[in-house]
Design a protein around this ligand. Structure first.
Ligand SMILES: [Zn+2]
Ligand SMILES: [Zn+2]
Length: 312
């Protein structure tokens, strides 16, 4: 099974991902059934396209998902032989059982002889006297099936999983087509993905951000991760845990777990908290005047100076 991230040609690889059989697919698309003089009209079955929705967690960790499909399978009654069971086929009179006929064609290069599949027996060499009642001598019947799709961890929205040989059965002993399942990944209210990196916003109140803290964060897999938040952390700061993300599809290595700090100021306060903030505001201003390198200059004053300098 392969993963194909983009729609478009089946088998188009990406970013060095090993996509087996890709070239074969493209060749089949162009040359399948073309000039099949030698074979008995062995035509490959159609590829099938399906879509399924998976959760954010399933995309991150992988899932085995059962989907219901409908496809053409080789007729179980006649085993694809087209004739009703117990009846025999007859040698085709048009091609004398060869399954192919020679056809002379004139072109600007002169006459040449082409060997093509017999159109009476469709290249089988045999004609059916009593057609199979199940498939009416088509050799195939439409079946509903439940197919297991093995989705590896690390897939992203819009990627396709290829199930080799799970498409329509081929006719006249042609090999079956493939099945492509396009994945639609649901978003998560708290987590988001950037390739193999798992990202979330870590809200901190002003006190914890200023003083630093250790915080336990519940993860997608039900575990918790402990984050050490340094004192004086700023909004937008990134706390990273290497290897705690989701697998990279190319190399299997896990990406990172990334917490983006967001400092939350209280919207509603008790009168006690408000008093503390009033006190804090005075204290912070005093601190700034003491510790600021520009000694005593307020932020507004500094800004004025900088703008004046730029404009002169
Ligand atoms: Zn049949
Ligand atoms: Zn024939």
């Amino acid at each position: 099974m392969d993963i194909d991230p983009n729609s478009g040609f089946p088998g188009r690889g990406f970013d060095g991902f090993d996509f087996q059989g890709g070239v074969g697919d493209i060749f089949d698309a162009f040359f399948g059934g073309f000039g099949g003089g030698g074979q008995n009209d062995a035509s490959r079955g159609n590829d099938l396209q399906y879509a399924t929705t998976i959760t954010f967690q399933e995309a991150a960790f992988g899932v085995e998902k059962e989907i219901q499909i409908t496809r053409h399978e080789t007729c179980a009654t006649c085993k694809g032989e087209l004739a009703a069971p117990g009846t025999s086929t007859e040698r085709c009179g048009n091609c004398n059982g060869a399954g192919k006929v020679r056809r002379a064609q004139n072109s600007i290069f002169g006459q040449f002889v082409q060997v093509v599949a017999c159109n009476v027996c469709k290249g089988r060499g045999q004609t059916v006297k009593t057609p199979c009642p199940t498939c009416k001598a088509s050799g195939r019947e439409r079946m509903s099936r439940n197919v297991m799709v093995n989705v590896p961890g690390g897939v992203e929205d819009g990627m396709r999983v290829r199930l080799s040989g799970e498409g329509d059965a081929g006719s006249s002993s042609g090999r079956p087509g493939d099945m492509y399942v396009t994945l639609s990944v649901k978003s998560h209210p708290l987590f988001r993905r950037e390739k193999e990196h798992l990202i979330f916003d870590l809200p901190l109140n002003v006190a914890n951000a200023a003083l630093g803290t250790t915080i336990e964060v519940p993860m997608l897999d039900g575990e918790t991760e402990e984050f050490d938040v340094p004192a004086g952390v700023q909004s937008g700061a990134i706390l990273r845990k290497k290897g705690k993300g989701v697998p990279n599809l190319n190399n299997g290595r896990n990406g990172d777990l990334v917490a983006v700090v967001t400092i939350i100021t209280p919207k509603k306060m008790s009168s006690h908290t408000r008093e503390l903030f009033d006190e804090l505001a005075d204290a912070l201003e005093a601190d700034e005047e003491t510790h600021s390198p520009s000694n005593g200059k307020s932020w507004v004053r500094k800004l004025k100076d900088v703008l004046a300098g730029e404009n002169s």
